[in-house]
Design a protein around this ligand. Structure first.
Ligand code: PLP
Length: 223
């Protein structure tokens, strides 16, 4: 017996009624669990592996909005572009260009978030705040008509230190605001700040998150 509907009700009581989207992170969890969340009214699901996403997308309801939240390899882009609703972790110009190219072939425009590296932990993924602003200033994006930048995404350091986590989220909010002011002041689309997971989503919301990505608090521990 699982408690998915109950978990979702609980999470929903900690989210504002409007303005924050819930991405149910279903990676490693079976289709039946996704269907339990679907029947509880959820429509946005996040996956982090291409093969798993393809497999689930092919058998689950068509009105599910699939978000790709993991590290995406350029050589796998074209497999998900035909149906994916939002790619959260665009962490390099090269990947954005590959998405544009695949989207062009699929004759669509793909929504993307640029991943910003806000945590203190070492990682090779994501733009620094400065790199993000430089990239936007470079004008490269203006030549990519088949991607639409919707905002930014980030992950805080895995720590109990709430002040640190809060300050990292606030850094992401600030770089988003700066990018919007400099480059998207006339856009209705650059609106999203994807931040917050099971353990830190309330801090993320307090710091301006518009999209939380929650897995284990809904579906239980991943095996
Ligand atoms: C797995 C994952 C999540 C969900 O993490 P939980 O702690 O289970 O809520 C969120 N974002 C990304 C990028 C992930 O890979």
């Amino acid at each position: 017996m699982n408690h998915i509907a109950e978990n979702l009700r609980d999470i929903r009581t900690h989210l504002p009624a409007q303005g924050v989207k819930l991405v149910c992170v279903s990676k490693f969890h079976p289709q039946a669990d996704i269907m339990a969340a679907y029947e509880a009214g959820e429509r946005i699901f996040g996956e982090s592996r291409v093969q798993e996403l393809l497999q689930k997308q092919s058998v689950l309801p068509e009105d599910i909005e699939w978000h790709f939240i993991g590290h995406l390899q350029t050589n796998k882009v074209k497999q998900i572009v035909p149906f994916v609703s939002l790619i959260h972790g665009v962490d390099s110009p090269r990947l954005l260009m590959a998405i544009d190219k695949a989207a062009q072939s699929a004759n669509k425009v793909v929504d993307c978030l640029l991943q910003v590296h806000i945590a203190q932990e070492e990682t090779k993924f994501g733009f620094s705040s400065d790199e993000l602003l430089e990239f936007l200033a470079s004008g490269v994006c203006d030549e990519l008509p088949n991607v639409r930048l919707r905002g930014v995404m980030g992950m805080a350091t895995f720590t109990d230190n709430q002040e640190q986590v809060s300050s990292e989220f606030s850094t992401l909010k600030n770089v988003f605001e700066e990018a919007r002011k400099r480059h998207f002041s006339h856009s209705d689309f650059f609106t999203e700040i994807s931040m917050g997971m099971s353990d830190d989503f309330e801090l993320a919301v307090a710091n301006g998150s518009t999209m939380v990505r929650i897995g284990s608090s809904i579906f239980g521990a991943r095996v």
